[in-house]
Design a protein around this ligand. Structure first.
Ligand SMILES: Cc1cc2nc3c(=O)[nH]c(=O)nc-3n(C[C@H](O)[C@H](O)[C@H](O)COP(=O)(O)O)c2cc1C
Length: 155
């Protein structure tokens, strides 16, 4: 059934962001296509992290994270495929909430305090409360992830 879910989900366009955190002085960041808003009151957002890869551990063990809204395929690939230690050498960043890195190329970002983590199946749902959000620039062209590729929007 997991193959069936994969084969159908690849035909469903999803938004993508990079979530970052600081985990006992290590800078952590990963590309996710499971980010979504969850509640407006309180202001909650969420993503899911793969337990089988240990992707959830830094987000369970730290107090918050940053959601980086990025429109650059290269950055998404860096934060999905490059070794963890190389990721922040390639991407420019500055410090946000609790010293968590904010990717400087983001067109918007949210500073988020951990609210709850939910252990479910082979993933952990990471829920956070948005403390601050900023639109950095107006000229951006968001990408969506569809059929194992990044696509630009047009109409
Ligand atoms: C488009 C895309 C979406 C992804 N979405 C998620 C996700 O929602 N949750 C997750 O745990 N990993 C996701 N990943 C994989 C993580 O980015 C990757 O496992 C993480 O950066 C750690 O890298 P590593 O597996 O090489 O250690 C995604 C990867 C790609 C390319």
């Amino acid at each position: 059934m997991s193959e069936t879910i994969r084969n159908i989900m690849r035909l469903f366009p999803l938004g993508i962001v990079v979530v970052t955190t600081k985990w006992s002085d290590n800078l952590v960041g990963m590309t996710v296509n499971t980010f979504n808003s969850l509640s407006l009151n309180p202001p909650l957002v969420m993503f899911t992290a793969d337990k089988t890869k240990g992707n959830d551990v830094p987000f369970i063990e730290s107090n918050g994270f940053i959601v980086n809204f990025v429109d650059d395929e290269k950055i998404f690939n860096t934060f999905a495929f490059k070794p963890i230690k190389e990721r922040f050498k390639e991407a420019k960043f500055f410090e946000g909430l609790d010293g968590i890195p904010v990717l400087a190329d983001s067109y918007a970002y949210m500073e988020v305090k951990k609210y709850k983590t939910i252990d479910i199946g082979d993933h952990t749902i990471v829920v956070g409360e948005v403390i601050n959000g900023k639109i950095v620039r107006d000229n951006f062209s968001p990408l969506v992830y569809y059929n194992r590729n990044y696509w630009k929007l047009c109409r």
